[in-house]
Design a protein around this ligand. Structure first.
Ligand SMILES: [Ca+2]
Ligand SMILES: [Ca+2]
Ligand SMILES: [Ca+2]
Ligand SMILES: [Zn+2]
Ligand SMILES: [Zn+2]
Length: 312
């Protein structure tokens, strides 16, 4: 599907390809299909093979019903999504999880103190002044953000259960957002997508042209296209985008893919990367992207600051 005539424009406006500090790192500034000035960030593929399948049902924060649509945008079915909170039902449990995560982070911070002594340019909270933790105030309302999932032809061919699988990936990817930022991602649409492009950036732009504009907060693609030369890729916005925020994840099995999805959603909130080798434990550091599900303090702050971009 080709809906928009922005192709030539976006290509013409591709401004720069920065060399970056690692061979895997590419950064491109361009304009997306809705006219946002964006940076494209890509995540290398995982080094380790994570779990291929989910061994338990994902934590689903709320009931919802999603539409299934074909490549032409025509509704061809519905999928009921049921709340599943068997792992942590109560507010108390939620608090406990949050505190555990905070403790874990603090421990990590202390561990990396020695590192900070020799790392003059690590920036930020080197002075040990602590963040005072948790913005204290009890429960604010959870912010619900909506998602359209688009699975490409290669992905759908490999996974007859692609709707359940991608749903589980989103519901794992949002657990960190819910725990640390009270943001609940809900899938509203499952779309059939035909992916085209010579590399991950082009495939991201293809998804943007094909499927953006149906009103959800996030448009996320899942691909097995052989030209997709990355683990995941996303637009990084510097302010609230005009339309859906876009990312694409490669099929790397259940576990690696949900980590990538959480990383790419974080880019959509404006987050960049932490320097590799810095020891900063954060999903935005390539060294930990496939192994942790939380952010370091400054990135937490950035998500809080940009939370209002999406949902309500
Ligand atoms: Ca979830
Ligand atoms: Ca959710
Ligand atoms: Ca394709
Ligand atoms: Zn990234
Ligand atoms: Zn970070």
């Amino acid at each position: 599907m080709k809906r928009k005539g922005f192709v030539a424009l976006s290509l013409a406006l591709t401004l720069a390809i920065a060399p970056g500090f690692s061979s895997n790192h590419t950064e491109t500034t361009t304009v997306d299909a809705s006219g946002n000035q964006v940076t494209i960030e890509s995540l290398p593929k995982a080094k380790n093979k994570g779990k291929e399948d989910f061994d338990q049902a994902a934590l689903v924060e709320n009931d919802s019903v999603a539409e299934i649509v074909n490549e032409q945008g025509k509704k061809i079915g519905e999928k009921k999504i049921e709340k599943n909170t068997t792992k942590k039902q109560s507010k108390e449990d939620k608090k406990a999880m949050k505190n555990e995560a905070k403790e874990e982070k603090k421990a990590e911070k202390n561990k990396s103190k020695e590192g900070e002594l020799i790392c003059l340019f690590c920036g930020g909270s080197g002075g040990g002044s602590d963040d005072g933790g948790d913005n204290g105030s009890g429960d604010e309302a959870t912010r619900v953000v909506t998602v359209i999932v688009a699975a490409d032809e290669e992905y759908r061919a490999a996974h007859s259960d692609w709707q359940t699988l991608t749903q589980n990936i989103i519901e794992n990817a949002d657990n960190g957002f819910t725990r640390d930022h009270d943001i609940d991602f809900q899938v509203k649409t499952f779309a059939q997508w035909s992916s085209q492009g010579r590399n991950a950036s082009e495939i991201l732009q293809d998804l943007d042209r094909d499927w953006n504009g149906n009103g959800e907060d996030f448009l996320v693609g899942f691909t097995r296209d052989s030209n997709f030369n990355s683990g995941g890729i996303a637009y990084v916005y510097s302010n609230d985008p005009y339309q859906s925020a876009v990312s694409v994840n490669l099929d790397q099995g259940a576990e690696n893919t949900w980590h990538a999805a959480q990383h790419e959603f974080s880019h959509n909130y404006g987050l960049g990367h932490d320097p590799q080798g810095s020891g900063i434990k954060c999903i935005m550091n390539y060294d930990y992207s496939y192994s942790v599900d939380y952010w370091h303090q400054e990135h937490d702050d950035q998500i809080e600051a940009n939370k209002g971009w999406y949902g309500k």
